[in-house]
Write a protein that binds this ligand. Structure first.
Ligand code: CA
Length: 444
């Protein structure tokens, strides 16, 4: 155990099926030394990158969107940075997280059908490069705290085999935030809190904030840090500490009350982390990105107003997410961006920030969007209608319906091209349109 675990600190989180834990595939220590040398040779330290991925936060469930949920820390960070108001993700967990990790739509990784369930022998393809792998190669220390949900059926699927030098969190999609019991049906339950590759039986209560502070205090500041903070809140089961629930005693709806308290826990955790970043000297050379992984679930307390639909649907309420960038390195701060930004864009964007841009950008679906928050790009529309383009699958899509056929597939592609044409023309980016047209032609 790395940190002195104390009870009662903020933020709930994670759990994992211990029976599914695997053997070590960690990165060699000697490689870290080599990477540090390479970084030093460049004569500068690339920015520390902190990516906060929150689970199931609805579009309306943040203070600066007029919510009854109090998120003062997030409000301030967003106000001082760039609010991404046309920011898109996938409608469920695993696909969004796969795109963050690979910069590619899930149609390329076989994760286009649904989430990865605990009993499925499925994971992010080990031969697909991941963001932490690439950042580690670029000289970064790479650490993850929170929910993985990209498969764990084999050792090579685990976070520590996919580029993270340390991992503390859950491997499955959901679980009890206090006991860390996770179930895939009543007959398949287990303990789901892992430290690296082993079940962390000794941990109890809340752990994520403590681990984040421990990493920030022990990391060598001269080396760039990539910290992936994948908080499990506010995913079901809806559970929150009493002191957070007390803030929302006036909310009559029990689900909403618990959900709101969980998001207040997220707000507190982010606040503690940023304070530690300032205290430890990271802040001046840091980039913090905040993102929900999908829209809110109205049946579990979430709210996406004024957007239609919610988690699991391709309506705006399912795929248009809360997102912002906060960084002293932004040239233009205190802005609201209407540019179309997609979760797959972070892969090339962060690699470019790290000074190690993708060598084959055409391999990716995302684009480097740093510095383009004002002008924007147009590509993200495509993945919203094409991710389930497999003939044997009936997606829950308001466009596709349940009668999947070649004709419908063709219609979707044509609709997509029309949308892209419109935005490409507006943005003067016809070259992007031509690339998309080539890609989509293969689907017809
Ligand atoms: Ca989610």
């Amino acid at each position: 155990m790395r940190a002195p675990w104390l009870p009662g600190l903020t933020v709930f989180c994670m759990a994992v099926l211990s029976c599914l834990s695997c053997v070590s595939m960690g990165l060699p220590n000697t490689a870290e030394d080599t990477a540090y040398k390479n970084t030093s040779d460049k004569g500068r330290v690339p920015p520390h990158i902190i990516f906060v991925m929150v689970d199931d936060q609805g579009y309306s469930d943040v203070g600066y969107h007029g919510s009854d949920i109090h998120t003062p820390v997030l409000d301030q960070l967003a106000a001082e940075g760039v609010k991404l108001e046309n920011y898109y993700v996938q409608p469920i967990c695993s696909p969004s997280r796969s795109q963050l990790m690979t910069g590619r739509y899930q149609i390329h990784t076989g994760l286009q059908h649904s989430i990865i369930r605990s009993r499925q022998p499925l994971c992010l393809p080990p031969d697909t490069p991941t963001l932490p792998e690439r950042l580690w190669q670029a000289g970064y220390s790479t650490h993850m705290v929170g929910k993985w949900h990209l498969g764990f059926c084999r050792p090579e699927c685990l976070p520590t085999a996919r580029g993270f030098q340390s991992f503390l969190g859950s491997l499955t999609g959901s679980g009890d935030h206090f006991s860390f019991q996770s179930c895939d049906g009543a007959e398949a339950c287990g303990f789901d809190l892992h430290d690296g590759e082993r079940p962390a039986w000794e941990l109890s209560g809340n752990y994520s904030t403590l681990e984040l502070i421990y990493i920030l205090r022990t990391h060598d500041r001269r080396k760039p840090l990539f910290l992936y903070v994948a908080l499990q809140a506010a995913h079901t089961p809806l559970q929150a500490p009493a002191h957070l629930l007390q803030r929302y005693h006036s909310l009559g709806n029990r689900l909403r009350r618990h959900y709101a308290a969980m998001l207040s826990g997220v707000d507190e955790a982010v606040g503690e982390m940023v304070e530690e970043m300032r205290d430890q000297g990271y802040y001046a050379n840091s980039v913090l990105i905040y993102s929900s992984d999908n829209g809110g679930q109205p049946l579990s307390g979430g709210c996406n107003w004024p957007l239609r639909g919610g988690k699991g649907s391709y309506w705006e309420g399912g795929v248009r997410a809360v997102g912002f960038v906060h960084s002293p390195l932004l040239e233009r701060k205190r802005e609201v961006s209407r540019a179309l930004i997609h979760v797959s864009d972070w892969y090339p964007t962060l690699l470019a920030l790290a000074g190690s841009p993708e060598a084959e950008p055409r391999r990716l679906d995302g684009y480097d969007v740093w510095g383009k928050f004002r002008s924007g790009f147009i590509f993200c529309m495509v993945m919203m209608v094409s991710p389930n383009c497999t003939p044997n699958f009936a997606p829950k899509s308001p466009i596709a319906g349940n009668n999947w056929s070649k004709t419908r597939q063709r219609t979707i592609v044509e609709v997509t091209l029309n949308i892209v044409t419109k935005y490409a023309t507006l943005a003067g980016q016809q070259h992007v349109y031509r690339r998309l047209e080539d890609s989509l032609a293969t689907l017809i």
